[in-house]
Design a protein around this ligand. Structure first.
Ligand SMILES: Cc1cc2nc3c(=O)[nH]c(=O)nc-3n(C[C@H](O)[C@H](O)[C@H](O)COP(=O)(O)O)c2cc1C
Length: 402
């Protein structure tokens, strides 16, 4: 934590007083701390408390100069956004969470959250009903998809007298999370250009029907998110998925394998690594109908003829020079042998083998179990873990290959 710039945001909730302990312990651990408060936050604890604990002026207002008379109010929010190595909003009220989810920026804290490219950690605390309300849950899900780190509240007795999830976790847990996030976002991939593909592809049968697969896109989006947090310039070519775009990532939406191929080829120049996490269709309807295929009154079966799509990974493997190429494999039998064969045949530098089993539902889950196999055939089996952590493991490996 020593020398790190930690920007703490305090919003209007009963747990605001606990942010005092957070600031105190961060300062003790060697971090430089600045505090921003919402107007509601100042109703629970005074800025003076945080100013004394952080040994810095406290920022409460978008419209006044909080620092000193000679610093420029017109750039105050941007200066703060750039100053931070990490922004921690603790406690994060339901109101502020909703603002962040929709980009509403009508106070200093919300403007800075929108302007910073650094990791943002949220510690929601509120009454259990407010926390469990689908509106709050949806807002948190969309923020998590975009790369916000959410420390879930703990269960226990709440200020309302009721019991449930809503309490601020122990300060130690929050500080551990800040440490972990600072470690994971130490900009070791700065100036690296990384292209990631994610999600399924849809191959048209007719204008309204398609052949697809069960890929959710979560693994590829996690890789894009983790790479961007580590400072890489990330382009994400995404098949159809409802996932939100991670912060600091350029997204290109495609639908079919052919569109994915075109988008990938247009961006391979000057790319340091390509990570093909997308589940690209191997086959597509050979003659998609121009108009919707009508249901015939007879019970005659409808036959669809499929033709092979272009194998994007194999094509990149043939073309590549200095670029690092990473593929994914999913097999339902002879997993390891199949993955090794794919690595060799497609001239990959690394292949990530998804485990497919009843215990580990890879599709749509936030957890996964994978093995990484490198060119020399070395296999590294990872235990079950969040896709974001797997993403960082893959990026660590790629870093040694770049
Ligand atoms: C006594 C009191 C306690 C409150 N506690 C919480 C809380 O713990 N969490 C929360 O999300 N909102 C809480 N609220 C509501 C927020 O303060 C209110 O939504 C406010 O607009 C939040 O503004 P902010 O997000 O700009 O800080 C509380 C309100 C009052 C009056």
């Amino acid at each position: 934590m020593r020398g790190k710039h930690v920007l703490v945001g305090v919003t209007g909730g009963i747990a605001a007083y606990k942010a005092g302990y957070l600031v105190r312990d961060l300062v003790k651990s060697g971090a430089e701390v600045k505090v921003m408060m919402t107007e509601a936050g100042t109703r629970f604890v005074t800025p003076l408390t945080f100013s004394a604990l952080s040994k810095n002026p406290v920022f409460t207002d978008l419209w006044t100069n909080n620092q000193s008379s000679d610093s420029d109010i017109s750039t105050q929010h941007i200066d703060l956004a750039n100053w931070a190595d990490v922004l921690v909003i603790a406690p994060a009220s339901a109101n502020t969470i909703a603002k962040l989810a929709y980009g509403i920026s009508d106070n200093l804290l919300a403007v800075v959250a929108l302007a910073t490219t650094r990791p943002i950690i949220l510690a929601p605390t509120m009454d259990a009903e407010m926390y469990l309300n689908p509106v709050t849950q949806n807002n948190l899900t969309s923020l998590k998809e975009r790369g916000y780190i959410v420390i879930p509240p703990v269960e226990g007795e709440l200020a309302s007298g009721l019991s449930g999830p809503g309490r601020l976790p122990e300060i130690k847990i929050i500080i551990e999370t800040i440490g972990k996030i600072l470690d994971q976002s130490h900009q070791d991939l700065k100036k690296k250009r990384i292209l990631v593909t994610a999600g399924p592809t849809y191959e048209a049968i007719d204008p309204v029907r398609f052949v697809g697969n069960r890929s959710s896109g979560k693994m590829g989006f996690a890789i894009a998110n983790a790479a961007a947090q580590r400072g890489a310039e990330v382009t994400l070519v995404a098949g159809p998925t409802h996932l939100e775009t991670p912060r600091n990532v350029t997204r290109i939406d495609v639908e079919s394998a052919q569109e994915m191929l075109t988008a990938v080829l247009a961006h391979t120049k000057k790319t340091d690594a390509i990570i093909m996490a997308a589940a690209v269709a191997d086959y597509r309807p050979a003659n998609p109908a121009k108009h919707k295929i009508k249901k015939h009154s007879s019970s005659k079966a409808l036959e669809l003829q499929l033709e092979a799509t272009t194998d994007i990974l194999a094509m990149l493997g043939k073309k590549k020079r200095s670029m690092t190429l990473v593929g994914f494999a999913l097999e339902t039998k002879d997993e390891l042998a199949g993955a090794k064969e794919k690595l060799r045949k497609k001239n990959l530098d690394l292949i990530v083998l998804n485990s497919f089993g009843k215990q580990n539902r890879v599709f749509g889950s936030n957890l996964n179990t994978v093995a990484m196999i490198d060119k020399r055939g070395k296999v590294e089996q990872l235990p079950i873990m969040p896709k974001f952590d797997i993403a960082n493991k893959i990026l660590n490996k790629i870093k040694t290959l770049l």
